[in-house]
Write a protein that binds this ligand. Structure first.
Ligand code: CTP
Ligand code: MG
Length: 219
């Protein structure tokens, strides 16, 4: 029952706006890449970690996370995940976990794996949405107000039976710009179970998020 964690870390971090790719930005003394890999290994339930990084940073990543397997990522997040999946074809289960969720607690990783062991084929952490969510048209006029009680914000790690994720990532999906692995599984008819997410698994996307992450680490 081999559990392989794929860590997409090949993004440029355009919204963060630092001079280096986001996963290589430090939160406290460690890079987000190191923190994410460490949490996965500390969970005690992951057998192998595969990280997807920009081509020019493969050597640097290998030095930062010597316990992980490093592969070259792609132009879209889906390409980076696919590269990781192909590097570990012998997995029974995959966890896909954004490097940018640097403060994710090992306890959340264990809870995702617990659900896989209990027989779920796909598992995602989910949090209630605090803000009201509306849809708008091109001019910015509101077209609908969604029922918040039915909405969830989805985090990672997302856990999958290996065959199901491989099928979701088959070449027919190439060029897919999805940023959500479970979304691909939904498209091929898979059942995706939510579990309670963890606020600490928030994604560092903007400078505000980075300030929050650094403040939390220095606490
Ligand atoms: N990612 C990746 N390969 C890509 C794009 C994204 O591996 N081609 C990874 C990022 O490194 C990150 C995770 O997917 O760990 C979530 O993506 P996001 O937060 O959007 O990061 P970036 O794409 O780097 O940021 P931005 O969209 O602001 O440029
Ligand atoms: Mg992105």
């Amino acid at each position: 029952m081999k559990i392989v964690a794929i860590v997409p870390a090949a993004g440029q971090g355009l919204r963060l706006g630092e001079s280096i790719p986001k996963a290589f930005v430090r939160v406290g003394s460690r890079t987000m890449l190191e923190l994410s890999v460490r949490a996965l290994l500390d969970s005690g339930v992951v057998d192998q970690v595969v990280v997807s990084v920009p081509a020019e940073l493969v050597d640097e990543a290998a030095a930062l996370v010597p316990d992980a397997t490093v592969v070259t990522g792609g132009a879209e997040r889906a390409d980076s995940v696919r590269a990781g999946v192909e590097k570990a074809p012998d997995a029974s289960y995959y966890l896909v976990h954004d490097a940018a969720r640097a403060l994710t607690p090992p306890s959340l990783i264990r809870r995702v794996v617990d659900e896989l062991h209990a027989g779920q084929q796909a598992v995602v952490p989910a949090l209630p949405v605090a803000d009201t969510v509306k849809t708008v048209n091109a001019q910015g006029d509101v077209t609908d107000t969604l029922d918040r009680s039915q909405l969830r914000a989805i985090q990672t790690p997302q856990g999958f039976e290996a065959d199901l994720l491989r099928k979701a990532y088959e070449p027919t999906q190439l060029g897919d710009k999805t940023t959500d692995d479970a979304g691909l599984v939904e498209k091929i008819g898979g059942t995706v179970r939510t579990i309670d997410g963890d606020p600490m698994a928030f994604k560092v996307t903007t400078q505000m998020d980075l300030r929050i992450a650094r403040a939390l680490v220095s606490e």
